[in-house]
Design a protein around this ligand. Sequence first.
Ligand code: SF4
Length: 375
Amino acid sequence: MLVSFPHMGNCWPAFKCLCESCGAEVFLPQTNNTKQLEIGLKHSPEWVCFPFKVTLSNFFEALEHGVDAIAMATDCGPCRFGFYYAVQQKILEDLGFEFEMLHLPQGDLLTFEWADFLKNMAKKCGNTLHNSDIVKIAQKYLCKAQLIQECEKLEGLTRCYEVNKGDTTRTLKKMIPLIDQANKMSELRNVRRRISREFAAIETRPHNGNALRVGLTGEIQVTLDPFVNHDIKRKLGELGCEVHMDLSLYDWMKHKFHLNFHRKYIEYLSKTHKDIGGIQMDIGGEAFWVLGEYINWAQKGFNGFVHIYPFTCMPEITAKSIITKWYGDGRFDLPPAFFGFDEHAGEAGLVTRLEAYVELLKQKKERKQHGNGSK
Ligand code: SF4
């Protein structure tokens, strides 16, 4: 059985490993790009959120290459993501494609519905998975997701110090396929060591405290896919920002397994700011945790906070309004910048806004260093 899945930034080695471990052959959609997006835009409702359009484009490409099934996560959350797979399936079937939509419930991974999903996929491929196989698959998948996270963290922390522009990007691009190729736990351990070595080998300027510490967060698909967010992380790094990002596929998985203590902490921060208008529960997207991250990074003395989201994303826009008010009221001394992305988002406007924002952060930092930290 030929299977495909959405392309989301660097996450593909983990998704691929999941399908291949069930015995499926994988069709990997190309890296998201403007040309490919056209078909998703043409067949999506205009008002729908941007990640829907991007993933629909991936599915088109896969179906045109003859895939038998599409694996797509779904959630029971309060926003539109829970309906993506069903609406996408209907659109694609109406267009005449014959395929199976294998939806993976990820609302709460401790219900172990994902284990049935894997067994079902394996069965369709003529294989039988025992519980011990499921444990091994999950272990390998999580290990790959963790290594991807490690690369993405090191990328954000290294780029602003690199001596030769592009070294960090080149190292990242070299490491992701290695994660894909490693299929035994011993090989993955070697890749982990290789990642540390390769990033440490990048020639860097001394870390003299001049770089701006900026937190980057937002809706998961936009935050993890460099095409969708116009590679904002790279741009911030090249403008001299040390980019801190806790959001990753691994972070999300740990959260869904109820093992993410960082998320528990930022949930606690959101909830303890109830009196000034924090969100008390998951309202969809990453809004609940975005607020917690903002408070967390403000308390750690970060210089900037960049929040990115799909243009019409209701949960993230709610978080944006709350953070804007907090900063305006002087509750936290962390200047936020907000960027909404969809098919109309332009590169030039983004660069101009980022340059202006980083310049303001630099001036604010200098004023603070000279004893005048006012806005
Ligand atoms: S989080 Fe936002 S972009 Fe994602 S499905 Fe929900 S509303 Fe749409």
